[in-house]
Design a protein around this ligand. Structure first.
Ligand code: HAM
Length: 432
């Protein structure tokens, strides 16, 4: 009887070798880009205590209300959650290890996040983020630097058509006055609100501004604007960010409706959006969260950060024709016969000692079938060991890639000389 197949969880994808090699190259670009701005890596747990996210992201947010994979640890009854984002865990770690006691920190993390959303193109239940956080910097210079970092990355990745939306959320007290006015305004129009908006009216009226319901568009358009409630300091911060962006020649659009789906933000918020990904066009988003460190039990410290959606960026790169193939191995090792296979294993290790990548043929088969596999592997050389070679303490070296006009004859090489021979051919290839 054939057992029934088990499939992956809906919205959680396998990333197969062709794709995963591309991801590895993407990761390398990301790491060197972050390093060039002085950001250092951090590896954080995927599971965190549930109250961390409730406190950081906010009880009345889509993420906390309906998207978290939460469960109770059956061994000790602890409420746990698969992280839906990385900022909360990063701030928890920074506080726990006292990382900003001496100096501010520029940190980043990469990895899977989990949200129980309705899967569609660009939206998954397990997805990946690159998160970038700067803690301990109060001024608008770091906000602007983080935004400019994004612009440079799109350029490095050969992406165009990603535009910047910018807004400020002001400070808590300013938001509170605005919020009170918003409630009054929406109460006056309560008959026009939909169910979601009615539910949020007193708990989180700001989120009504983010509603996608076209019936609310006009009402939202006429609502009191936060910018009219901002004090001089908040305005100066916002203008400070804009000045740096203008000086750098980076175009942006101020979008007063940009409120973000997480509650920890204040002052600057931003999103990088493209119209090439359908409904899920935000590839990167973030802003300032000066209250979060204190809210999670640390000494007050300003902070600012953003996260990018890896699936969305990779899909953009692919659509733009950015097909990157990881380099194939240098050598495919073909061997047949007991003595030959033992020698071949030694040769493989010797080549690897010299930094040469070797794919050692496993699974037997005729020379002919092994050579077919060698050709298909993309390797630069076949190193062939049969009984004759084993007896002579030698190998046959066969170049598999044509170089220029030259035919590439195979030749017998002693075991001791094969690494040098391969290295010098690789150098020759690099020069042509
Ligand atoms: P976020 O806007 O919730 O912010 O997510 C950041 C990015 O992650 C989104 O712009 C999108 O590209 C990607 N993303 C989110 N949900 C999904 C999904 N279901 N499937 C695929 N991609 C998705 C945050 O998470 C904040 N922690 C960002 C931040 C860091 N703010 C300050 N520091």
């Amino acid at each position: 009887m054939i057992s029934q197949k088990i499939q992956s969880v809906r919205g959680m994808n396998d990333i197969l070798p062709d794709e995963a090699e591309f991801w590895d190259l993407f990761d390398e670009t990301i790491r060197s880009w972050l390093k060039s701005y002085g950001y250092r890596p951090l590896r954080l747990p995927i599971v965190e205590p549930t109250p961390l996210f409730k406190r950081a992201i906010g009880e009345v947010t889509d993420i906390v209300e309906k998207e978290m994979y939460s469960f109770v640890d059956s061994l000790n009854g602890e409420p746990l959650t698969l992280r839906p984002e990385g900022t909360a865990g990063c701030v928890r770690a920074v506080i726990e290890h006292n990382l900003i006691a001496q100096q501010p920190q520029r940190l980043y993390y990469m990895g899977p996040m989990f949200r129980h959303e309705r899967p569609q193109k660009g939206r998954y239940r397990q997805f990946h983020q690159v998160g970038v956080e700067a803690l301990g910097f109060p001024g608008p210079d770091i906000d602007a630097e983080q935004i400019l970092m994004g612009a440079r990355l799109w350029d490095d990745l050969g992406l165009d058509g990603i535009s910047l939306q910018l807004n400020t959320l002001g400070q808590f007290a300013e938001r509170a006055s605005h919020r009170a006015e918003l409630i009054t305004y929406f109460e006056r129009h309560s008959e026009s609100l939909d169910a979601d908006a009615t539910r949020r009216l007193h708990s989180n009226p700001l989120r009504i501004l983010d509603s996608k319901n076209p019936a609310l568009e006009e009402l939202i358009h006429g609502a009191p604007k936060l910018i009219d409630y901002l004090g001089a300091e908040s305005m100066a911060h916002f203008e400070g960010v804009q000045r740096v962006l203008r000086d750098a020649g980076l175009p942006f659009e101020i979008n007063p409706r940009l409120v973000r789906g997480l509650d920890y933000y204040n002052l600057t918020v931003f999103e990088w959006v493209t119209d090439r990904l359908g409904a899920q066009g935000t590839v990167c988003a973030g802003g300032r969260y000066d209250g979060l460190v204190q809210q999670l039990g640390g000494k007050p410290a300003p902070a600012c950060g953003f996260a990018m959606g890896v699936e969305r960026l990779i899909s953009l790169i692919r659509d733009a024709g950015g097909e990157v193939r990881a380099a194939a191995v240098d050598v495919y090792l073909v061997h047949q016969g007991i003595a030959a296979s033992r020698l071949a294993a030694r040769v493989a290790e010797g080549l690897r000692d010299r930094g040469i990548d070797v794919l050692f043929h496993c699974g037997g088969g005729s020379f002919k079938s092994q050579m077919k596999k060698a050709d298909a592997s993309g390797a630069g050389f076949a190193v062939i060991v049969g009984d004759d070679e084993a007896a002579a303490g030698a190998v046959t070296l066969k170049p598999l890639r044509a170089t220029g006009e030259q035919p590439n004859p195979q030749k017998r090489v002693s075991v001791d000389a094969v690494a040098d021979e391969i290295m010098s051919s690789i150098l020759d290839w690099d020069e042509t």
